[in-house]
Design a protein around this ligand. Structure first.
Ligand code: SAM
Ligand code: DTB
Ligand code: SF4
Length: 341
């Protein structure tokens, strides 16, 4: 046996013990301690575990492309400390009215022609009014009619809203937990954690698939990053879709001058999300423009299998579509539904 083989075997033998829990089994939950222990694994061990889980459920060479459109931008009454669309921060984002159906359909067709399979419509509302839901329902059914998967992110939903959207053809509702419960109040004061959980419960109850994740790099501690993943993984069942955003530090927001997160810590967050929510689509979301190709490639190795595709997120930039196609080609990967059927 050569030295390299010996070293490989030693590394595997000395793999640190991390408790394994069956996520979402009602009697067994992911503890924050167990998730923190995953975060603390040596990087190669963590990625090995994440890849093992990833390959059990997905083709690791396939990545879903979802395109975002802000159908109602800016002027939001909430105070989310990261958000360029909050009316109280001077970020240069102009408030606008809701887009017309033909404009939205045009954008959706363009996204579909460019290769997107999911179309997500976002609105800068605290909570939509009944008449807003009626209008969004029209958008949803028109986009669904094109053959795209549909997703909406409109803020907190009231009684009956999720059912109306479901009946219009909504596949996913995005509503992020954003961060750990014990850091949440440092970032947002105008709605609480329970409000978010209540909206997720309404979405789940209506039979619409749940898309929920969070933002890292907001100044949270290691334990608080683990706390966010624990909250998501312990939802019963966990979300079908989990966007992990790296904070986009927007001038004028309270978080504009937050120290950037170590990129490897971002990759670790993806890996831990993959391990704790094995069947979820884990989306490498905001922050890709600042990330570089190598870190994005590591995120795919860590189990990310979905990206936002298109030059813009809601108000901030995203890599050019050609850059994304080139990156996947360089990695020998391809776009498409990642599930192994
Ligand atoms: N107003 C709705 C809401 O808050 O649920 C929907 C739109 S809101 C912009 C959707 C999500 O975008 C937020 O929950 C947050 O996770 C993410 N987001 C907003 N600004 C961001 C930023 N600067 N960096 C990273 N993610 C951000
Ligand atoms: C999610 O988790 N990230 C997307 C989507 N869901 C709606 C939004 C990212 C927004 C980044 C800041 C902006 O472009 O305004
Ligand atoms: Fe409003 Fe959503 Fe931005 Fe918060 S994240 S300020 S709710 S648009």
């Amino acid at each position: 046996m050569n030295t390299q083989q010996e070293q490989t075997i030693t590394l595997h033998r000395s793999r640190p013990a991390v408790p394994h829990f069956a996520a979402n089994d009602k009697t067994e939950r992911w503890s924050v301690d167990a998730i923190e222990a995953l975060f603390q694994l040596p990087f190669p061990e963590l990625l090995f575990r994440a890849q093992t889980v990833h390959r059990e459920h997905f083709n690791p060479t396939h990545v879903e492309f979802a395109t975002l459109l802000s159908v109602k931008t800016g002027g939001c009454p909430e105070d989310c400390g990261y958000c360029p669309q909050a009316a109280q921060y001077d970020t240069g984002v102009e408030a606008s009215k809701m887009m017309a159906l033909d404009q939205v359909l045009f954008a959706a067709k363009r996204a579909q022609d460019a290769g997107a399979t999911r179309f997500c419509m976002g609105a800068a509302w605290r909570t939509p009014k009944d008449r807003d839901i009626e209008k969004v329902a029209e958008l949803v059914s028109a986009v669904k009619g094109l053959g795209l998967e549909t997703c909406a992110t409109l803020g907190m939903l009231n009684e009956g809203h999720a059912e109306q959207l479901r009946d219009a053809g909504l596949d996913y509702y995005n509503h992020n937990l954003d961060t750990a419960p014990d850091f949440y109040g440092d970032v947002i004061t105008t709605r609480d954690y329970q409000d978010r959980l209540d909206t997720l419960a309404r979405v789940r109850h209506a039979g619409v698939k749940v898309c929920s994740g969070g933002i890292v790099g907001m100044g949270e501690s290691h334990r608080q990053r683990a706390g966010l993943i624990a909250e998501l993984a312990n939802l019963s069942p966990y979300p079908e879709s989990v966007p992990i955003n790296n904070l986009v530090r927007v001038e004028g927001t309270p978080l504009a001058n937050t120290a950037p997160l170590d990129p490897f810590e971002f990759v670790r967050t993806i890996a831990v999300a993959r391990i704790t929510m094995p069947k979820a689509r884990v989306r490498l979301s905001a922050g890709r423009q600042e990330m570089g190709d190598a870190i994005q490639a590591l995120c795919f190795l860590a189990g990310a299998n979905s990206i936002f595709y298109g030059d813009k997120l809601l108000t901030t930039g995203n890599p050019d579509t050609q850059a994304d196609l080139d990156l996947l080609a360089r990695l020998g990967m391809q776009r498409g539904a990642p599930e192994v059927v």
